[in-house]
Design a protein around this ligand. Sequence first.
Ligand code: FE2
Ligand code: FE2
Length: 211
Amino acid sequence: MALSVTTEDYLKIIHELTEYNGYASLAEISPILGTSRQSAYDEIGILVERNFVEKVDRGKYRLTLSGQREANKFLRKHRVAEILLWKGLGLKWSLLDDQAMGIEHGMTEEIIEKVCLKFGCQSCPHGNPIPSQDGEVELDQELNFEQLSLNEEYHVKRVIFETPPTLAFLEENRLFPDAVVKKIGEEEIEFEGQNVKIPKDILRSLTFASN
Ligand code: FE2
Ligand code: FE2
């Protein structure tokens, strides 16, 4: 059964916040989706009833296994929509997550296959893998910033929480997936011979892999 647009949006944001924070809170979900706290609460109640979402604490939620599978099916559409807007239309890298909202719900499997044939579908422009049609996804080994050794080379793997300010900062500093970086301090990296200070919340949005 096809899920409603609203359900798809909720599953995506709960997935992203959980990857970023370990859970998704009502207080964060409603401003991001531009809904009232009450309607977010009601919608999440429906998702809990459908066994897509479970409560972890007061006001804190995460996806169940079947919710994750449904989220992945939608993330396939979302991430391929980003590829289309980027490689097909040349939209700015930092605006892709936001701009994809207009078209992602309408991405049929036929469109997805054509985009993948033409542009390749390894990952979204921000490094996130494209799930299969039935919601399977493979994650490579990755490290968060805290796990990196000082003065060793790594490359940026993906942006786990794609927000407009995070993407704008990364674009301005050309810190795209595959950028080769060295950690030189708690909030500082060396990149292309320059020392770059990165705010903590943005560092938490990134994963890395050994070079
Ligand atoms: Fe995105
Ligand atoms: Fe993306």
